[in-house]
Design a binder for this molecule. Sequence first.
Ligand code: MSP
Length: 672
Amino acid sequence: MPEKKDHDPAMSERSESSGASYITTPIYYINAQPHIGHAYTTMLTDAVARAQRLMGEDVFYLTGTDEHGQKVARAAQKANLDTKTFSDQVSIAFRQMCTDLSISNDDFIRTTEPRHYAAAQEIWNRVQKAGDIYKGEYEGWYCTVDEIFVPEAQLVDDKCPTCGSKVERLKEESYYFRLSKYQQKLLDWYRDHPDFVQPEFRLNEVKAFVEAGLQDLSISRTSFTWGIPVPGDPKHVMYVWFDALTNYLTALGFGSGTPEGEARIAKYWPTVTHFVGKEIVRQHALYWPAFLMSAGLTPPRRIIAHGFWMMGGAKMSKSLGNVARYQDYQQVFGLDGLRYFALREMPLGQDANFSDEAILTRFNADLANDLGNLVSRATTMVHRYRDGVIPEAPPERAQSLDRDLDAAVATAIDAVKANFQAYQVSLALQDAWTLVRQVNKYIVEREPWKLAKDAKNADVLNQTLYRGADALRVIAALVDPVMPDAAGRIRRMLGLGAESWRALRAGTLAPGTKLGDVEPLFPRLEKTVEELRTMSTGNESAPTPPPPIAAPSSPALAAAAPTDGHIAIDDFMKVELRVAKVLEAEAVPKSKKLIKLKVDAGTDQRTILAGIAEAYKPEELVGRTIVIVANLKPRPMMGMESQGMVLAASTETGPPSLVAVDPSLPAGARVR
Ligand code: MSP
């Protein structure tokens, strides 16, 4: 793999337009179980990888575990396990995290694999050949939590300036890397690649650090053995960061000597985007390019630094003991709920607070309300008014409201794509939600339930039904990278398959498409924060409490529910109970029992025949707030059609008594 001496912009343009993209997460230390912090980087990169694939790029997406170093060796000792057994066990937890979170990684690398030993030793040999390694003695401070050497002048109250942990004094023989030799080359690189690190201020921090002068870097240890042996001098093991950073090349096949490896490297290097937490920018933006330059290789194209999830005012971390388990939140909010929250709540590069309040609020407001309602409205209307078949809606008969919606769809598609290209996933979700709200507003303004009453409105109703479903199709595609499961469920309700972003635009939904069954997408979580709080352990060693929420939103949980005389919550949720307001009531001629009600059901107005005439007079009913079954199949009664059912309680022989709810509730509110 030749070094690209020529770093002119045309070169980077070429590699960007080649359609190949390589995305990486940091490889995670295995001294502790994965938590929300690790889950976040993994979900973020997964969303970006999925979006790039939808845009037609050829993506190679890598994650894995960083298994060497003093920290891991000590954690194994503490667990009373030999280091390899310990590594195998914890590495599996990170692999499991990928499965749990539907991560679409193409490879999972472990630094204890033979392929990685070969790659790390090959890089070492190249760097040595370049004359950049010499033997010396390291005497100074070391932070085992961060696995970094800390110059005395940088200590804060005798502690590590990055994580605040106690540092240790080391004095041992060590190989050094001539980092100082690369000072000017690095500064030139930063100057020529202003997008090298994003956000930009992180690049400025690294630049300032380099400008202040670089010391040579200790790159081997002799006081323990848990690492990759230095070629030709096996009493030394490589410094864990030298070893770990090379994983990004190992996974492509570097050091394998195979033609497939060579081809993969040619395709994906240096077109790589490393996603990292802000605490490890220096290793990626300074050490890594210097090692690569020394080895005759081109530095990575881009480093994206994200912020920290904070909990209780501090960075969520195992060493502080304030971690949240991703599994607990996934159990309550479902995978889509967790992925949506994490990626929406944290703007790229900034810190964000992880709290039960925040995730509950977003779940109910953005998912249950905005998106959930839209899905239910747009699909139910087609079932109700057009037998579940998408009608024709000729563009020439579109009105300005329809054309405005098409324009909003086009704007959202462009904005979401542009934000994904800039790795701004939170902003991309904001754009998608702008569209969700616009479509909801469009449906409300059109009042299809009124249009449906008069056949002469058929054209406008068709336009409305078509556009509601068509926009929902686009929304499913736009949320797909973040919520692949929900996107699939929406598409099933629309009777559609997966769709790429390449030709995504308004108006391509085929008339005649038969919709699938409507199912609740995100049932509202009617729990208080206090009830949820019982799940937030803040302590990794605490036992996992049982899920506090009785409303599993994932089909997998529902499937696991007992069936012996009980129904699963999802079965119950199929019955759409809603608050309705009685607008008109009149007796049904020739019937002792029936009263004909006209009710406002929130999304529509409808006629329901209720068997309550023995207990109520029509005039007492007008203005009442009642509960109806809103998704009951309409049925003919006494020459009319009853579009739902009113809920009433009664004993075997007594008169019916209407189920009452607080009259301040709006029509359409879900009862569950
Ligand atoms: N092993 C090194 C990385 C080597 S990469 C060649 C390492 N591992 S780590 O297990 O400590 O993981 C660090 C990464 O986990 C962070 O960079 C970040 O991606 C993620 N996070 C861990 N805690 C986090 C938060 N509290 N908030 C957000 N992300 C965090 O460093």
